[in-house]
Design a protein around this ligand. Structure first.
Ligand SMILES: [Zn+2]
Length: 260
């Protein structure tokens, strides 16, 4: 029986990993969070989605998926519900920056020249960018390319109009809502408790940050917009669009030979 192909870094031996990296493998680093996602989605939603996307992409581009960064930057009230929910377990920005920098410096030392951070938790973005910047500054001889992709940026306006029936609330209030629920229904349906979906939403989001923020600013469940119109079919269509857009980016940035 042929050995099935392996794409997860932690399942490879060091010499297999070395050979694949030297052959130009794309190294994916999924970045997420451990954060409340309403009553109906698991705490690991933000890391599950980029990990599943990376595992979809890797076989198509001679990729390797590194163990994800499963903790993220602090949950903000109007993009993740805030820090007061049990289970939400966050890093200081400096810790995430250094974690990112340290892991990237190791990938650079291994000779990885095509690195993709696939990001699933909005609050992480600038700390990941800072980690990338510090790693590059400290590795002046490095000639490879690093991409940071936020999966939600790959969905087109026509798709969002269709999925939301022209009522897209904006990505920040989409927390634990329609899109994340649909993606989880597609990738990990056994983890979605559809009977616990609420109709709650943030009615009047403040157009500024406030410390401390009023506890009633966020819904009791932690979902910031309703998820009841999510479906596995919508999830599948969204995944198809994200994967196609990501493949086009990888080909544009890394060249034709990315296709395996
Ligand atoms: Zn999320």
């Amino acid at each position: 029986m042929a050995t099935p192909a392996r794409y997860r870094m932690e399942e490879l031996s060091w010499d297999e990993y070395k050979r694949r990296i030297e052959a130009g493998a794309i190294l994916f680093l999924p970045c997420g969070a451990l954060e409340q996602h309403g009553y109906h989605l698991p705490l690991g939603t933000d890391v599950t989605i980029p990990l599943c996307l990376a595992l979809r992409l890797a076989p198509q581009v001679n990729g390797i998926v590194a163990p994800p960064l499963s903790y993220g930057y602090k949950s903000q009230p109007l993009s993740g519900g805030g820090q007061h929910f049990p289970g939400t377990t966050s890093l200081d920005g400096q810790t995430l920056t250094w974690l990112t920098r340290d892991v990237l410096k190791e990938f650079m030392r291994h000779g990885a020249t095509r690195i993709v951070l696939l990001q699933g938790h909005m609050e992480n973005t600038f700390f990941l960018i800072e980690g990338i910047d510090l790693a590059r500054r400290e590795s002046a001889a490095y000639t490879g390319k690093i991409l940071l992709i936020e999966w939600w940026q790959l969905l087109s306006s026509p798709t969002l109009d269709q999925v939301f029936d022209q009522n897209f609330p904006g990505w920040e209030l989409e927390h634990a809502a329609l899109v994340e629920t649909a993606l989880m229904m597609y990738f990990r349906p056994e983890l979605v408790q559809t009977e616990k979906i609420t109709a709650e939403k943030v009615e009047h989001p403040l157009p500024y940050h406030l410390f401390p923020y009023p506890p009633d600013m966020v819904t009791p469940s932690g979902s910031l917009s309703p998820a009841h119109r999510a479906s596995r079919e919508k999830g599948e269509a969204l995944v198809e669009e994200i994967v196609a857009a990501a493949l086009a980016i990888l080909q544009r940035e890394f060249g034709e030979d990315t296709a395996s």
